[in-house]
Design a protein around this ligand. Structure first.
Ligand code: ATP
Ligand SMILES: Nc1nc2c(ncn2[C@@H]2O[C@H](COP(=O)(O)O)[C@@H](O)[C@H]2O)c(=O)[nH]1
Length: 213
């Protein structure tokens, strides 16, 4: 049976970390290497960084627009993170899952908790740790995308985020990028291959068992 005809149950892969640990870089590479994986593009009330494009990294929206989405229950989850609000639009995620596609979320621990509470058997959570706080600081400054006071606030909240590591199914220590990426790919492939995700398997086995030898 060709892969394309194998009916499957999509999963939600959630990747979280303190700011600067490398989750967005890892997620971008996973997306680039897996065109079948859908990215949940969040809405946010923060302004775009240099190089960010509306609709690609985020949908950049006003406070009023965010209030409207919350009121209309159009977000699967939303949270206040680092002085702004962020949320995962419900419709694209539900559409993708209904077609058996997997969806990737780059969201914080609050979002991970909320989505996990709604669909525990369809969620796989990965937490990314930095090798040290010093290296986390170095990466945030080297990224050179946020003002110094913003970086300082993000660093001051890093330990509060790391405190949630045990709520995740997997933890990756992102020291060497390529090795960390390989771990993420293994997790993704293994979770995708779970028996519970292969809705095609039971009818296929019935067919096999009905065949004459
Ligand atoms: N293993 C690594 N070694 C060295 N630098 C890294 C590594 N992983 C990521 N980086 C760099 O660290 C910086 C922060 O990474 P990234 O933007 O992916 O972090 P993040 O966790 O998504 O942060 P935020 O939550 O603020 O979006 C980037 O400049 C990235 O290139
Ligand atoms: N709960 C949610 N958290 C989100 C969402 N989109 C992004 N995030 C998290 O916010 C911080 C900051 O992101 P940045 O792009 O401003 O650096 C980071 O931890 C993201 O993972 C969301 O929809 N919901």
């Amino acid at each position: 049976m060709p892969n394309s005809q194998r009916l499957r149950r999509g999963l939600m892969l959630i990747v979280s970390s303190p700011s600067g640990a490398g989750k967005t870089s890892l997620c971008r590479r996973l997306m680039a290497d897996h065109p079948d994986l859908d990215l949940s593009i969040s809405v946010t009330t923060r302004s775009a960084r240099p190089g960010e494009k509306d609709g690609r990294e985020y949908h950049f929206i006003s406070e009023d627009a965010m209030n409207g989405l919350v009121k209309d229950d159009a977000l699967l989850e939303w949270a206040a993170v680092h002085d702004h609000r962020y949320g995962s639009p419900r419709e694209p995620v539900e559409n993708a899952l209904s077609k058996g596609q997997n969806v990737l979320f780059d969201i914080d621990w609050q979002g991970a908790q909320r989505i996990s509470a709604k669909a525990p058997s369809d969620v796989v959570r990965v937490f990314i740790l930095p090798p040290s706080m010093e290296e986390l600081k170095r990466r945030l400054y080297a990224r050179a995308q946020d003002a110094d006071d913003v970086i300082q606030r993000r660093l001051s909240r890093a330990k509060g985020e790391i405190a949630h590591w045990a709520e995740y199914d997997y933890v990756i220590l992102n020291d060497d990028f390529d090795r960390s990426y390989a771990e993420l790919v293994h997790i993704y492939h293994s979770e995708t291959a779970r028996r519970s995700r292969g809705l095609w398997i039971a009818p296929f086995v019935d067919e096999l068992m009905g065949e004459e030898i």
